[in-house]
Design a binder for this molecule. Sequence first.
Ligand SMILES: Cc1cc2nc3c(=O)[nH]c(=O)nc-3n(C[C@H](O)[C@H](O)[C@H](O)COP(=O)(O)OP(=O)(O)OC[C@H]3O[C@@H](n4cnc5c(N)ncnc54)[C@H](O)[C@@H]3O)c2cc1C
Length: 451
Amino acid sequence: MSISTIVVGGGIAGLTAALRLAERGDVVTVVDAEPSIGGLTRPWEIGGITWDRFYHVILPNDYHTIELLEKIGLRDRLVYRPVKTNLYAEGHLHPFSSLLDFLTFPELGPIDKIRLLANVAHARYSGNDEAYEWEGVLEYLTRWSGTNTVERIWRPLLRAKLGDHHATASAAFIRATIKRLQGARRSGVRSEHYGFVHGGYAIVLAALEAHLRKLGVEFVLGHRVRSVVLEDDRVTVILGGTEFAGDRAMLTLPSPICAALCPQLKANEQRLLTQDRYFGVVCTSLLVNRRLGDAYVTNVADNNFPFTGMINMSALAGREQFNGYDLIYLPKYVPAESQGLHQSDDILVARAITALQRIFPWLGRSDIIAARVARASHVFAFPRIGRIASLPPVRTSLRRIAIVNNGRLRYATLNVSDTIGVVEAALAELTHDAGWNNVREINGRALARSR
Ligand SMILES: Cc1cc2nc3c(=O)[nH]c(=O)nc-3n(C[C@H](O)[C@H](O)[C@H](O)COP(=O)(O)OP(=O)(O)OC[C@H]3O[C@@H](n4cnc5c(N)ncnc54)[C@H](O)[C@@H]3O)c2cc1C
């Protein structure tokens, strides 16, 4: 008889868990609060165009994502293109893609530039990431890049992403960010190459869902899980009005949410799951009928802006994907408890456009074809110094309940590929775990009953 496993969370982590468990013969049910799968990769519609609500690219070294695309038959829809990057600093927009751009960048002197190059090379090529987990990000950057570059470039960028507590982040965080972006530079090619799937993540999620259904995976969507309990060797997942019982459950939600859902966990487990401060994101999307440059990313090193950077998806995917318009994303990361997550769309859109007009003064309100705001409260755990040393374990004291989420990313910034890698590593860890694997043979499909 098969083991029935309930996967809580239908984002990339939950879908990866469902895929691997179903391939091993489990009968899998995925439960998600939203009406469709995909979590942060879910698509939406803006101005008649369907695309990701948060921008996504696939880098050449995103091996897990590429392998997934291969498996679901989408490898040939993945397209790589060279992209340009800009930096907005000290009131000016600077191209920042090539060595020449860098050498002619006016805000730094020659010594600063040599030190910055050495810093990037060190972050990219030196090993022993674990040691940098214990060093503060500003100490590391100052040691390599020098005070001038830290104050003019690094600190504003860090503050934009991590807020006022940026100084308490670990050096491992910035090294992981640099490594990931440098990985987009294909060997022998100077420019960065980013990839996207024709049609965006909507296409990926549709193919993945179809693949999972063929493997027998069932979906319970649009139902928020209220709690997960272990009773008489069965795991019960309680939703509003209904509950599901299965042999075991894998929770793929952010750690503090898992802690709240599992009241039976011991105090020490609760402490580990709630110790991290989570950051969310507010991301304003605009569909614009003017060309806002040809850079995919414009990093904003200016803390008076209400966004961290500007992403122009049309510069990568081509305007033909978006009815000839520029699809612009303006993300702002904020602590999960921040009021900023609850501001009205009207206020956020107006503020975003006003700030954008500082970079592109010729941009008029009538150029905006459509605007929408996407929000997510728990996107990443703040990369505080030493965080990796106190990660909660995958196995819990409730043997049939495992917790695997993207908070387990080690020395990597949040991305789809490494999220898949985290889940696969966790499943490998659980392969020989007696509590997780030895279920009685009477079980089978997860059973729903009303509560
Ligand atoms: C602005 C932005 C840009 C990004 N850009 C890129 C990029 O360019 N490239 C890249 O590779 N990655 C990118 N990412 C990261 C990528 O989106 C994530 O790594 C990935 O989607 C994380 O998946 P997850 O399953 O861990 O989490 P999530 O996607 O957050 O999934 C969690 C799921 O749990 C569900 N849930 C929560 N609470 C409950 C509950 N109580 N009951 C039931 N269900 C619940 C949610 O609805 C959600 O579906 C970006 C992310 C953001 C926010």
